[in-house]
Design a protein around this ligand. Structure first.
Ligand code: PBG
Length: 324
């Protein structure tokens, strides 16, 4: 395979050759579409740092769910912003809570799209941390109970899958046990298994109104410098009963996605987070890159690294462009 006998350019000469040798496919089947639910009615509030993404009241979420279903997107991922936040995240597991209401409405009106719920406390705590605070620190084991209760309340409302993102040790086992005890042994868990303490979550915290009031999340989310530790984290989640494992963020962590794909045989998700989305949107708005091409390239790269599915704010745009 040496030049001039071998000329790689021969198979790049036109689109039909390129199609035939393309190794990675991106289809609507691979997409999970995150939505932000807020209290009220007829509310559709733009998020400044995420152009084209909105905080939606339940009526609008139902409409967007219908649109996503019509576009062929298989699943939504819901984040809720409660009416009131408190020290103990009571809004997270309330029967009439924002997520519980949204799930019930979507399942009633758009039953044929999967509803996945984010299970975390940061949107529901007044301090904005992902768990219960005890002596100035996030208390792991106290938080487990609250997370399990929250997951069960989502399942009761009709959620098809729960996705714990708090990065508490033992959270997958706690959710599995809670769900099974409540009769939800058929509900799978998508585990945010390797979730890094990332600056790329910045725009999300505006969208979810969940920035921590003091300190940061480095005492529970992973150090961006670590790769072997991701393997240990994922190993734990697999042992505890995860059905799908996730790496988050996606593009700055393609090496972790690749390792996870090679070392584990569970379905693998990657989360193209708010900051990854915002960077592409902002550069496109400045005219510095082609937004649609960058969108496809970033998602194809995440698939090529090994992700089976991708959580992305581009989901509806991609589905629309693919359907053309
Ligand atoms: C925590 C959570 C976060 C994201 C998803 N779940 C934020 C955080 O850990 O601070 C970030 C997603 C994104 O940036 O798009 N509930």
């Amino acid at each position: 395979m040496n030049f001039p006998e071998y000329r790689p350019r021969r198979l790049r000469r036109n689109e039909n050759f390129r199609r035939m040798i393309r190794e990675t496919a991106l289809s609507v089947d691979h997409l999970i579409y995150p939505l932000f639910v807020v209290p009220g009615q007829k509310t559709k509030k733009p998020i400044d740092s995420m152009p084209g993404v909105f905080q939606l009241s339940v009526d609008h979420v139902v409409r967007e769910a219908g649109r996503a279903r019509d576009l062929g997107i298989p699943a939504l991922l819901l984040f809720g912003i409660p009416e009131e936040k408190d020290e103990i995240a009571s809004g997270a597991m309330a029967e009439g809570g924002i997520i519980q209401r949204a799930v019930r409405e979507i399942k009633a009106k758009v039953p044929d799209i999967l509803v996945v719920t984010d299970v975390c406390l940061c949107e529901y705590t007044s301090h904005g941390h992902c768990g219960m605070i005890e002596k100035g620190e996030v208390d792991n084991d106290m938080t487990l109970e609250v997370l399990a209760e929250t997951a069960v309340s989502h399942a009761k409302a009709g959620a098809d899958m729960v996705a714990p993102s708090a990065m508490m040790d033992g959270q997958i086992a706690a959710l599995r046990e809670g769900l099974d005890e409540a009769g939800f042994e058929a509900i799978p868990i998508m585990a945010y298994a390797a979730k890094y303490a990332s600056s790329f979550y910045g725009p999300f915290r505006e969208a979810a109104e969940s920035a921590p009031a003091f300190g940061d999340r480095r005492a529970y989310q992973m150090d961006p410098a670590n790769s072997d530790e991701a393997i240990r984290e994922i190993t734990l989640d697999v042992a505890e009963g995860a059905d799908i494992i996730m790496v988050k963020p996606a593009m700055p962590y393609l090496d972790i996605i690749r390792r996870a794909k090679e070392e584990f045989d569970l379905p693998l998700a990657a989360y193209q987070v708010s900051g990854e989305f915002a960077m592409i949107k902002a550069a496109a708005q400045m005219g510095w890159l082609d937004g649609e091409k960058a969108m496809f390239e970033s998602l194809t790269a995440i698939r090529r690294a090994g992700a089976d599915m991708i959580i992305t704010y581009f989901a509806a745009d991609v589905a629309k462009a693919l359907g053309k």
